[in-house]
Design a protein around this ligand. Structure first.
Ligand SMILES: [Zn+2]
Length: 221
């Protein structure tokens, strides 16, 4: 679904299988955020095509973290022409304990080359500047991709609409997740794009969502 001129939203709605939400930033940027599971990539590309986005338009795949339901599908893209991004800490994690998670789901770790290791700070994608914010807790090298010009935050599995990411997977840490959520709550944000469940729009709704999480969920972490 095309949400704005540049932002395309593909919220996962199949209750019979788990997969993540995917997002695409069009125009000069050409960034697909979290391609999801490999078996659903053809369907995602079909939905994108219906919105007028071609596979050749994609220049970057930005993975918020290495969990299979977010990253596995990156193996469907040609690393000769597409930059596949993951935080360097998450890449290290994927090579060790993080890779074992794939085994638990009965799938193998994608063998493609992560050719765009991320670190904290500004990155330029096409003609736009984004901030990479390291946000551990759900996984050690999870990131938020923040787009200051649109006040948009792609937050992966750090938080959701009235919920937070799991901390019981290998490399999870509740105290770090709290810190990451607090740091996200301080951003000037009007569009919140989580890795699962619905999106949250509007500054007030987003602040309310942070407040609900901090008041109702933090005491249990
Ligand atoms: Zn995850």
């Amino acid at each position: 679904m095309k949400l704005t001129d540049e932002i395309y939203v593909y919220v996962w709605t199949n209750y019979f299988d788990n997969n993540c939400n995917s997002y695409y930033i069009g125009g000069e940027v050409g960034a697909l955020i979290d391609p999801g599971l490999t078996r659903y990539v053809p369907d995602l590309l079909q939905q994108m095509a219906a919105d007028g986005v071609k596979k050749e338009d994609i220049r970057y795949i930005i993975n918020t973290h290495s969990h299979p339901d977010h990253l596995q599908g990156a193996e469907m893209f040609d690393t000769e022409t597409i930059q596949i991004a993951l935080h360097s800490k998450e890449l290290e994690f994927l090579k060790g304990v993080g890779g074992e998670l794939y085994g638990l789901f009965g799938i193998t770790v994608p063998q493609m080359h992560i050719n765009f290791p991320l670190t904290e700070g500004n990155i330029t994608l096409g003609d736009q500047i984004f901030h990479i914010i390291l946000a551990p807790g759900h996984s050690p090298g999870s990131i938020g991709l923040y787009w200051p010009a649109r006040k948009a935050l792609f937050c992966g599995d750090v938080l959701f609409e009235q919920n937070i990411g799991r901390t019981d997977f290998p490399g999870g840490n509740g105290q770090l997740l709290k810190k990451s959520i607090i740091s996200f709550s301080q951003l000037d944000c009007e569009l919140l794009f989580p890795g699962h469940m619905g999106i949250v729009q509007g500054r007030e709704n987003i602040q309310d969502n942070f407040n609900i999480i901090i008041q109702n969920i933090f005491p249990y972490i």
